[in-house]
Design a binder for this molecule. Structure first.
Ligand code: UDP
Ligand code: MN
Length: 437
């Protein structure tokens, strides 16, 4: 029994540590033997010496090991090795399988959850009642998850105003049924958290439907994202930024590995948006996804990828890549993004595309150095695996920025910028004012 435990320790302990332990116990044995030789009759010397040496080795383990015994040390070493193995396998996307099997969260989950609204089904009861209601086993509220980022508001003065316009228009136009709840996830940092929470509460408390808020720490998420997105960060960030905080701009690409499994679908929204219709209607787009599609996204409405992919286009004459719709593929804009997290978790192709090797290959294949974060990745993936995407109509992300018109693209600009039909969501990208109509 002891022997097998000892073997367990031996297997997982560093060789230098083990050598030191053996040397110490031998030195102890020699020391005790010389003391005994002077004080005890020779026939007892050997037996007493062996007992004391064994006790000393046990005491050494116990004290040095923070009061752990042999078996708890072995257990810890076993579990540490299993943990390391799981982390290593993560690079191949296998960790997600482990999560699916165990149902355990990868991330720390939201920091705090707040409930708002006075849904009719709760009979006008207070917020606490809603919390109890959603937890009761016989009633299942259908949750509609949306997420936005609200960070660095102290350095970005326009952001607060954008947030207000976005929230006000969303709440005014949205409608949900009595058995439904809008769950708003806000990713925020220390400097923006208090203001973000205050503004959200103010707007959501006016809603005629039930809402729930989860606050997520941008810093914690960024730390989780680093190992998943650092290769992407090198190729798709301005300059060659690998600053860890910037990994948050790639949150959407690895969202299926961050959020708990009970979040099955989520819509990510920029805050420079203005709603002209109910956000609930956008959720029905998920039902239009073809069988292999996992991401709903609209086209980019400027010739930015015509520009950044110029070398690829020159080498591949006649390619539709970077060309305007309806026949070309202009790339994507990630300001309004639908993620079917279950499909992303299950997709072998998508999870392979996320690996550093695949990202390197994509960047090399397209001679690509971008600066638009997640949407650069989605655009390149859109060329090689278009079946992963459901293309939203431009009316769901009517971008207003015209910066690229003046950069030598005036002749083709309108082919990209054109968008017919009633607008559902305006996107005032590159700080463009949104019309008041
Ligand atoms: N954002 C933020 N803090 C910033 C800059 C951006 O929280 O300092 C978030 C915000 O949700 C914003 C989104 O990141 O809507 C994307 O940035 P932006 O909309 O300005 O980019 P654009 O659409 O103009 O490319
Ligand atoms: Mn935007």
């Amino acid at each position: 029994m002891k022997l097998s435990q000892g073997q367990g320790v031996y297997h997982f302990m560093d060789v230098p540590v083990l050598t030191t332990l053996v040397q110490r116990s031998m030195r102890l044995h020699q020391l005790l033997a010389s003391v005994m030789a002077r004080r005890l009759p020779s026939r007892f010397q050997h037996i007493v010496c062996m007992i004391l040496a064994s006790l000393a080795v046990v005491a050494f383990y116990y004290l040095a090991g923070d009061h752990e015994n042999f078996s708890s040390t072995t257990r810890r070493l076993f579990s540490k090795t299993a943990e390391t193995g799981a982390k290593l396998r993560n690079s191949a996307g296998a960790l997600i399988t482990a999560v699916q099997q165990t149902g355990r969260f990868l991330g720390p989950g939201p920091d705090r959850e707040v409930l708002h609204g006075k849904p009719k089904y709760a009979g006008g009861k207070d917020h606490q009642a809603i919390a109890l209601y959603t937890r009761s086993s016989d009633v299942v509220l259908k949750e509609y998850h949306i997420m936005s980022m609200f960070t660095k508001v102290d350095q970005n003065h326009g952001l607060q105003e954008k947030f207000k316009i976005c929230m006000k228009s969303m709440v005014e136009h949205a409608s949900f049924r009595d058995d439904e709840i809008l769950h708003f996830h806000l990713v925020t940092d220390e400097s923006s958290r208090a203001l973000g929470e205050k503004l959200l509460s103010a707007f959501l408390s006016r809603a005629a439907f039930a809402t729930k808020v989860s606050l997520h720490s941008a810093q914690q998420l960024a730390a989780q994202l680093v190992p998943l997105v650092q290769t992407m960060q090198r190729h798709f960030s301005a300059g060659t930024s690998s600053y860890f905080g910037d990994s948050i701009f790639f949150l959407s690409v690895a969202m299926h590995r961050i959020l708990p499994l009970d979040v099955e679908r989520i819509i990510l929204l920029d805050l420079d948006l203005k709603f002209k219709t109910s956000i609930r209607l956008l959720f029905t787009e998920f039902d239009q996804f073809k069988v292999n599609a996992a991401i709903g996204i609209a086209y980019e409405m400027q010739p930015v990828y015509r520009h950044t992919l110029w070398q690829y286009k020159r080498e591949n004459g006649g390619t539709p890549v970077g060309e305007p719709p309806p026949h070309g593929f202009p790339g994507f804009n990630s300001g309004v993004l639908l993620l079917d997290l279950n499909r992303l978790r299950r997709s072998v192709i998508y999870n392979e595309l996320l690996t550093p090797a695949a990202v390197e290959l994509l960047a090399e294949m397209f001679h690509f150095q971008g600066h638009l974060g997640d949407q650069d990745f989605f655009t390149l993936v859109g060329v090689v695996h278009p079946e992963l995407f459901h293309v939203l109509s431009c009316s769901w992300n009517r971008q207003l920025c015209t910066w690229w018109r003046q950069q030598g693209y005036a002749a083709v600009f309108d082919d990209y910028f054109r968008c017919n039909g009633a607008v559902h969501i305006y996107h005032g990208n590159c700080n463009t004012a949104i019309p008041n109509d």
